[in-house]
Design a protein around this ligand. Sequence first.
Ligand code: CFM
Length: 472
Amino acid sequence: MPMVLLKCDTDIPERQKHIYLKVDGEDTRDFLPVSNAPTIPGTLSERGCSFCGAKLVIGGVLKDTIQMIHGPVGCAYDTWHTKRYPSDNGHFQMKYVWSTDMKESHIVFGGDKRLEKAINEAFDEMPDVKRMIVYTTCPTALIGDDIRHTVKKVMGERPDVDIFTVECPGFAGVSQSKGHHVLNIGWINDKVGQVEPEIKSEYTINFIGDYNIQGDTQLLQQYWDRLGIQVIAHFTGNANYDELRSMHRAQLNVVNCARSAGYIANELKKRYGIPRLDIDSWGFNYMAEGIRKVCAFFGIEERGEALIAEEYAKWKPQLDWYKERLKGKKMAIWTGGPRLWHWTKSVEDDMGMTVVAMSSKFGHQEDFEKVIARGAAGTYYVDDGNELEFFEILQHVHPDVIFTGPRVGELVKKLHIPYINGHAYHNGPYMGFEGFVNMARDIYNATNNPLLSLAAKDIRGAKKTAPVLEAA
Ligand code: CFM
């Protein structure tokens, strides 16, 4: 008989299958949380739609590409500017947003013509830009607009442009995870192998599953440069469209976010025989281990050791200053999925903190296997959590800081618990050695924020109740 873990879920018993509490020596459940399953009606969770997974997370990062969203204007607006992925060309991808702005009459009579017009207008307005991704959305998929046909027609008339199509409407899957999959497979089918890169080093990699959040990609690029390793393609942080068409030429695929981009790494292995190497890019221990693994593959171990020694000399004293002050602090992580397993052990080892609750919006079974193996006992592991569950878990674990998105972040702020943007960061980058010092500094600043001392005692004090739950 499964143990009832949360009071708020007694009305929705199915939710019990999505929550796991790791207990020393004995698990409270005999299975991992159910994941990658439809959200249960009656619980409003944090998930994004499948279109969002393709556009906002992966495709929209490309720095030289028009993102044409074929749908009502909201689909474009709401997947624009809500993430921070800068680029070294003046952030083209964050400045502009494009939409076919479908209205009722276009839904009734079809939007193919409107899409064709919008594609041509966009290229005419921006004569220097020659690359585009066209996405379907729920309404244009439902009315059966044939975006591939329209794109083929335009490409026939404009030989200097190249366009990629993503047919992944919001309803295509249970979460944004489906959008990752559709974009990965579409890209390898339609575009990889079309451009030959200029090979400048005897060591070449693709760096896969890193989206340059606040400059992560650019920070890691300094390491690859110093190691003499050429990155053929970044999937997709600070990348341009054509570098991603040449992914077939790398000797090794180094994968950071396996959830969003493991698919393309697997296909590159199957179709082109390129091996896949998974690493963690957050944390001192993990980053050093990742660099060692990549260097061992190429037989350049000494270069790796020299880089690690230099970086430790430069950044470890700063990390240790924060570790001294963060020791024993409790953290909650409520993000997509992978950051749960990337971070739980690294904040424990490198900052002396403990992660006491983790919720994954869309992680799959393999994400929970990894996170529960790495996470501490006494920790809650939740799939697709909702607000009532979050509040109840807070009453159990009393975290000192929560890594989550702005929506949930605003809620927990009302309980006077500091939150840090776990998706787009506060003051990143957070990857690499320097990045983890940034993350430690943001946690230190958040947990020592003088405003917290003004918070009402009954909320921050021993009782720490969650008013919303009590009122319900
Ligand atoms: Fe990978 Fe990501 Fe994440 Fe993700 Fe995301 Fe993200 Fe995330 Mo927000 S690709 S799965 S779909 S690491 S946007 S940069 S932070 S939920 S844990």
